[in-house]
Design a protein around this ligand. Structure first.
Ligand code: LMR
Length: 397
């Protein structure tokens, strides 16, 4: 039966790692997949995570299934982290939530839940958005439209065009928004832009769907939650897919959260049953390990404090790498102003160069990043920044 299948092109993001690993250039540079790296180019286990692992090893007594919704300490800790202790939706018991296998798992089961509620719902995503949003949401059978977001010519958000499109959304449409640290552009909405989005969401009665994969990497854990808290405090329904891959460094443990703010607590119980049944039909039970670690970290004062300081370290390091790259580009004679890189947030930056230039830099200098010109800022370090800046100047002049 499988002879009818045709070969596929490599995944636009994951395929980069394969190509990078096969390259024998001694000074190759990997700015591809969104994974945090330290100055040595290594993705470390966070100190708080290492301590939580020790605790878990000493206390875990069984490998039987955890409950269908997942680890409740993890779920509650994550909801408070995202929505705050004072969240009206939480205090009113209006939030249904399950532990999901990674942010991707959360996105997919929420898409399936939308199909159960309204198979004709249209999902609006930013142009551009993370490449995997399209298959994750589209494979559930939902139709996808785009709203304008980033203007490469100005290297900034085209907010007027975005709002013009959102004003045309219909009641029950779903609008996917990046909670913070927009992937791929690094261009984030300001607080006042979030305020405008809230107004339009109220007017048009669309349902925001927040993808939160980089909380804490923009301006701070609370600062980055502004849009999430604003929308969940002021709208009857909001969907949230959150990931612990990046800010807890738990990439391979696949730990995420799918949460749904509902109109009232009775509806929340119905939705809780439905989202668990969606998950049961796909992977049955959530994996335990990553959620158990995050539960230990978020619910222990010392571990939490240590984790927050590690998130601060990662964020501050990425900020300093941004300015180091901007400086090096200027020093090495770039004939355009790249200071917009300093204004972008999180792990990614759109360099706003052409796909040909991205291909050129790969073939001539063994520098790897996504063809859209998205670079993983965390792949920069003191050893490679000068070579990177020179290679960029070479292909753009
Ligand atoms: C990325 O955007 O590079 C990461 O989220 C990894 C992935 O799965 O694409």
């Amino acid at each position: 039966m499988f002879e009818v299948l045709t070969p596929l092109a490599p995944d636009p993001i994951l395929g980069l790692s394969v190509a990078y690993n096969e390259d024998s250039h001694p000074q190759k540079i990997d700015l591809g997949v969104g994974v945090y790296k330290n100055e040595q180019g290594h993705t470390p286990i966070l100190r708080a995570v290492a301590k939580a692992q020790q605790k878990l090893l000493a206390t875990e007594k069984s490998k039987t299934y955890i409950s269908p919704q997942g680890n409740q300490g993890y779920i509650d800790g994550m909801l408070r982290l995202l929505l705050s202790d004072h969240s009206k939706a939480l205090l009113d018991n209006r939030v249904a939530a399950v532990q999901a296998p990674g942010g991707c798992g959360a996105l997919r089961i929420l898409a399936e839940l939308i199909v159960r509620a309204n198979k004709d719902a249209k999902v609006w995503v930013s142009d551009p958005t993370w490449a995997n949003h399209i298959p994750l949401i589209g494979s559930a059978g939902l139709s996808i439209e785009t709203y304008p977001y980033f203007d490469k010519n100005t290297a900034s958000i085209n907010f007027d065009a975005m709002m013009q499109t959102l004003r045309q959304c219909n009641k029950g449409d779903v609008v996917l928004l990046h909670g913070c640290c927009h992937n791929p552009t690094g261009a984030d909405l300001t607080n006042s832009q979030w305020d405008h989005i809230l107004q339009v969401a109220k007017e048009r009665e669309f349902v925001p769907f927040l993808d939160v994969a980089y909380l804490g990497f923009g301006d701070g854990l609370d600062e980055d939650a502004y849009g999430i808290r604003l929308l969940t405090d002021n709208l009857p329904e909001v969907l949230i897919a959150a990931s612990c891959s990046k800010n807890f460094g738990l990439y391979r443990e696949r730990v995420g959260l799918a949460a749904i703010v509902t109109k009232d607590s009775a509806n929340s119980q119905v939705v809780q049953g439905q989202i668990q049944s969606v998950a049961r039909g796909i992977y049955s039970m959530p994996p335990s390990y990553g959620g158990a670690l995050v539960d230990l970290i978020l619910n222990d004062e010392q571990l939490r404090h240590e984790w927050v300081s590690e998130v601060d370290e990662m964020r501050n390091r990425m900020k300093s790498l941004r300015s180091m790259l901007v400086d090096q580009l200027a020093v090495n004679g770039a004939d355009r102003d790249f200071s917009f890189i300093n204004r972008q947030k999180g792990m990614f930056s759109y360099l706003c160069i052409t796909p040909e230039q991205v291909r050129d830099i790969r073939t001539k200098h063994s520098v790897y990043f996504v063809e859209s010109s998205r670079v993983n800022i965390a792949g920069i370090n003191h050893n490679n920044v000068e070579a990177l800046a020179k290679a960029l100047v070479d292909v753009i002049q």
